[in-house]
Ligand binder design. Structure first.
Ligand code: NI
Length: 424
């Protein structure tokens, strides 16, 4: 299957330049000149389009879009323990499936082609990705005291079952372990996760240093910061994605500056739950790898990487009082290339020959982007996500001319409203 994107603008090119992109199967086979033996099954006039790599949303909980706008303007502890967790505990597998689909529909529409999930319903996330063609790294959410905790044991066993299920149905997903946080997982369970991840070569995905309370409690209980604590348990010896990292002390920056440690910043969720601003500018200066995530639609309350980029850049400029903090170019890189690195997929995150064809087309004729002095600035500071017209994952269109190809949106909305009716 050959697809030619004719006269498209690539974000890495000078503003006035247009070129042709050739996609063969799931690969970008050439840029500029037609490769030998290429036959186009589909040629798309892209003279009004900009192409860029799809976003990699490195931290979310996809089923939680069912709780969007259900618990707002309440403190973090009330939000999590009194409002969100009781609903989560009552959801059925089928309900979680529709929640996952709702999230995937929203993510595709706003240009995300891969998400990293901490899931309590991994089978449904796997199925939703298989059904829609969405790419994901799915990490099984874990809580419990130690390695003999029955709940944790069941969930870990389930995590491995879901990996087999994913392979069986050919879902475009990979897997990891998702211990929820240092305040919901005991020391022994966290050590065990580090051992398992090492033995099975799996990435770990953990919420860390999200609140002042978490930082203070960790200092009181363990005599060290959350970052130093998880380091002492061996969790930072392998591939790990650390969501949030809002509260770091001076020493933590050098602890986190390692090639396989990736901080995932979630500016909207941190602001909305009144947890503050992660020191992203300093992290970057000190050599920490930073990727971007939305967190769930229950705390954001959207899964939109355009608005997330805007908030990231704006909040860092505001907090550091430095207009040069998080430039549009840096912010775009964090939302794409850095995300690809965070999930160990160097074939994603940029449009180059030989890479996997996960890309999006932006409609340049949207008033919100004009005039086109500087596309990168337009995308970070002005776009809302509605400018995305087409989305390709693994060489296949999942949205064409704003029409979702793999999701029946009407049905998804009907099913999710039916579920929501129970909680009204
Ligand atoms: Ni989260």
């Amino acid at each position: 299957m050959g697809i030619m994107l004719k006269k498209v603008h690539l974000l890495q090119s000078p503003e006035e330049e247009r070129t042709d992109v050739y996609i063969n199967g799931n690969r970008i086979s050439a840029i500029g000149r037609e490769p030998r033996g290429f036959s186009a099954d589909e040629t798309i006039d892209c003279s009004g389009k900009t192409a860029m790599p799809g976003f990699i949303n490195c931290h979310t909980h996809a089923y939680m879009s069912l709780m969007r706008n259900y618990a707002d303007d309440v403190p973090f502890a009330t939000w999590l323990f009194d409002r969100i967790l009781p609903i989560e505990d009552s959801l059925s597998l089928e309900e979680a499936y529709w929640g996952n689909l709702l999230s995937i529909a929203e993510m595709i529409r706003s240009g995300t082609t891969t998400f990293v999930d901490m899931q309590m319903f991994p089978r449904m996330a796997v199925k939703a990705c298989a059904d829609t063609g969405m790419r994901a790294l799915i990490t099984r959410g874990l809580v419990g005291s130690d390695r003999n905790d029955e709940g944790a044991k069941t969930r870990i066993a389930q995590a491995f079952d879901e990996m087999d299920y994913g392979k069986d149905i050919g879902a475009p997903v990979s897997f990891g372990l998702g211990p929820h946080a240092i305040y919901t997982c005991g020391e022994d369970l966290l050590r065990y996760v580090a051992e398992l991840a090492h033995d099975k070569n799996l990435p770990v995905h953990l919420h860390l240093a999200e609140t002042q309370k978490e930082f203070d409690d960790c200092m009181n209980e363990h005599g060290m910061s959350p970052a130093a604590y998880v380091d002492s348990l061996g969790l930072l010896d392998g591939e790990i994605l650390l969501a949030h990292c809002v509260y770091l002390d001076d020493n933590d920056f050098s602890i986190l500056a390692r090639p396989h440690v990736h901080v995932v910043t979630n500016p909207a969720s941190n602001m909305k739950l009144a947890n503050g601003f992660a020191p992203v500018t300093r992290m970057l200066r000190e050599g920490i790898h930073v990727a971007l995530g939305t967190d769930s639609a229950a705390s954001n309350n959207a899964l939109n990487m355009f608005t997330e980029m805007r908030l990231l850049s704006m909040s860092q400029k505001g907090v550091t009082r430095d207009a040069l903090a998080l430039t549009a170019e840096e912010t775009l890189r964090i939302a794409t290339e850095n995300g690809a690195a965070a999930i160990g997929r160097e074939d994603l995150g940029s449009i180059e020959v030989g890479r996997t064809a996960d890309l999006i087309l932006i409609d340049e004729d949207c008033p919100s982007l004009r005039p086109l002095y500087n596309r990168k600035a337009s995308l970070v500071y002005s776009a809302s996500g509605s400018e995305v017209s087409d989305v390709m994952i693994d060489g296949k269109w999942v949205m064409r001319e704003r029409h979702l190809k793999t999701i029946d949106e009407e049905r998804v909305i009907y099913e999710t409203e039916k579920i929501a009716a129970k909680y009204r």
